[in-house]
Ligand binder design. Structure first.
Ligand code: ZN
Ligand code: ZN
Length: 369
């Protein structure tokens, strides 16, 4: 199966495509050629004149395991149907439930699905998953990794008072020890204390990820107009910061202050699940549009949903327009008009320029968004 995606403008900072008018030849799911006026008599040609083509978008924070869990949607409802070709489930599954997640959802999805495995064995069956230390089971995590090592790209732990109850920072400390032992990044959700966010950050090191970085909670990373100093020392150690918009974790005002203080998130993600799909999160595209509103350049936004997540989670052959890589593409327009958006704390904005995803291309198939 051969397809030529013709006439689009390629956007991929890492490979120096900055709205470059080039064709892409995809054969059996892989990029075979990128160049001017590619011809191949056996190929199907799809005319994408005027559209922007980027590597398939990657959303590193979603919940897509809708079976006996507190929050989730079907993977494709969050993925390909919203312009995203790869999603990483943020700890909805744990070591005791990853098998069901794999067999009933991951295997059957058109979207590529990876897992940041919850350090609590039951994942998000309930929302106080780290209130019992005995649910953090190293041997079970190791077993899961033996079987699903290709799917599990990190470990996930939530550092909120409602999650850890009396355990404070202990689950994060143990989570970090386990992540080091199994050589995976630890992705940490930050929220209300305890534990104090400073204590959480101090456990994290190279390759770890903090999600919900622009929440406006008292225990957040921006306080009284300033970014706390622990953020910059964490960045120096190689810790990444992720947006993880969610129902209550993204404030436009906090993000603006963060930018003014040179604290820019490494990745853009949604924390999508059924209850925030209508509003305020909607889609990865919508979260990107909020970043555009705040002044982040489009090529940098695209980098934060393609090159960067692929690098952080070592997603092989994804996130770049490159020969030999998977032919996963997101195809979108830049629109003029009026688009009203809302953050997680009720602030409304209106955009004059925004992106709108039209199609994804994945596994040789063009899917209308
Ligand atoms: Zn969270
Ligand atoms: Zn989440």
């Amino acid at each position: 199966m051969k397809t030529i995606l013709s006439g689009g403008k390629l956007l991929d900072k890492k490979n120096n495509y900055l709205f470059s008018e080039l064709d892409i030849l995809v054969q059996n799911g892989k990029i075979r050629k990128i160049g001017k006026n590619i011809e191949d008599s056996e190929a199907i040609v799809i005319d994408l004149k005027g559209k922007i083509i980027s590597p398939g978008f990657i959303d590193i924070h979603v919940h897509c395991f809708p079976k006996n869990t507190a929050i989730s949607s079907q993977p494709d409802d969050i993925g390909v149907k919203r312009g995203v070709t790869t999603i990483i489930d943020a700890g909805t599954a744990g070591a005791a439930t990853i098998e069901i997640f794999y067999e009933e959802f991951i295997k059957k999805s058109r979207t590529r699905v990876y897992s940041n495995l919850n350090i609590s064995s039951l994942g998000l069956r309930t929302l106080d998953e780290l209130s019992e230390m005995k649910n953090i089971e190293l041997n079970k995590i190791k077993e899961a990794l033996k079987k699903y090592g290709d799917i599990i790209v990190g470990l996930k732990a939530r550092a909120s008072g409602s999650v850890v109850k009396e355990n404070g920072v202990l689950p994060i400390k143990l989570g970090k020890e386990i992540a080091e032992e199994v050589n995976l990044p630890l992705v940490v959700h930050i929220g209300n204390a305890p534990p104090k966010v400073e204590d959480v950050l101090n456990f994290l090191g190279k390759g770890d990820v903090v999600t919900h970085c622009y929440n406006n909670k008292k225990n957040g990373l921006v306080r009284e107009g300033k970014v706390i100093s622990e953020v910059f020392s964490a960045q120096k150690r190689g810790v990444y910061f992720d947006i993880g918009h969610g129902s209550e974790s993204f404030s436009l005002d906090i993000a603006k202050i963060a930018f003014e203080n040179n604290f820019e998130a490494d990745t853009i993600s949604t924390d999508l699940y059924e209850r925030n799909m209508a509003t305020p999160v909607k889609s990865l595209e919508t979260t990107i549009n909020k970043m555009l509103y705040l002044g982040v350049d489009l090529k940098d936004c695209v980098e934060k949903v393609t090159n960067k997540p692929a690098e952080i989670f070592k997603l092989r052959e994804l996130g770049e327009l490159k020969v030999g890589y998977n032919g996963d593409l997101t195809i979108f327009d830049i629109c003029d008009g009026n688009l009203e958006l809302e953050d997680s704390v009720g602030k409304k904005i209106e955009l004059k320029n925004y992106i709108k995803t039209e199609y994804v291309f994945i596994k040789d198939e063009l899917i209308k968004v």
